[in-house]
Design a binder for this molecule. Structure first.
Ligand code: NAP
Length: 186
């Protein structure tokens, strides 16, 4: 996408879940190494985009510009509770207009969930950073993308033109890694 670099971030269980059956991200999916990686990425981003239940809940969160998806507004509105946040209904305004409304004309945009929000950008990611916790299973949980667990997150990223790079270890004790999935040059 011209003017913006789009990057996605998620941590998933071995079975591809980003939350448990109650739609809550359990402590079992929270790791210090992944938190450090995610925090550094968000501190570098120019804009963060997420659904109403997927805010990052970190000390630096109030400083970061963000678009919060909700059908509670017709198109775009300032968030009365946060001067750095814009409420966005994609049915009423395209992404570029939402970015302009948030005061961001270019730079890196971090997409941080949930599943429907990840899916909206699936053909636009320059990179998707897939963190995995191989010792955690969340049967009956919420798949990280629509179509998980019928397909794996990796199969879905690949089907959208992304290719896996070298995994980096984030937390050796639990085998938690992050793999960059990058779009191949056309
Ligand atoms: N493991 C991870 O890395 C990770 C990453 C992200 C999220 N999570 C967790 O996963 C769970 C995700 O929660 P969730 O399924 O409720 O997803 P969510 O995307 O955070 O929230 C869904 C809400 O976002 C709004 N929304 C989503 N798509 C929209 C669209 N196309 N147009 C307008 N509004 C839209 C709607 O808000 P309204 O109801 O206001 O209309 C909808 O109810 C949370 O527990 C979160 O903590 C985990």
């Amino acid at each position: 996408m011209v003017g913006f670099r789009i990057e996605g971030y998620v941590i998933v269980s071995a079975d591809g879940m980003l939350a448990n059956a109650d739609h809550v991200m359990p402590d079992a999916l929270k790791f210090e190494g992944d938190k450090r990686f995610f925090t550094a990425a968000l501190d570098r981003a120019d804009l963060i985009v997420h659904g109403r239940n997927s805010g990052e809940n970190q000390p630096n969160a109030p400083k970061r510009k963000r678009l919060i998806l909700t059908r509670g507004v017709p198109s775009l509105a300032r968030d009365a509770s946060n001067p750095n946040a814009v409420l966005w209904n994609p049915d009423g305004a395209p992404f570029e207009e939402a970015c302009r409304f948030a005061g961001v004309a270019s730079g890196t945009v971090a997409i941080i969930g949930g599943p429907v929000v990840f899916d909206m950008f699936m053909d636009r990611y320059d990179a998707f950073w897939l963190s995995q916790a191989p010792l955690v299973r969340l049967p009956g949980g919420e798949g990280c993308f629509p179509g998980v667990p019928e397909r794996t997150p990796q199969q879905i990223l690949e089907a959208h033109g992304l290719k896996a790079g070298e995994p980096q270890m984030l937390e050796a004790e639990d085998g938690v890694t992050v793999t960059p999935w990058r779009r191949e040059a056309a």
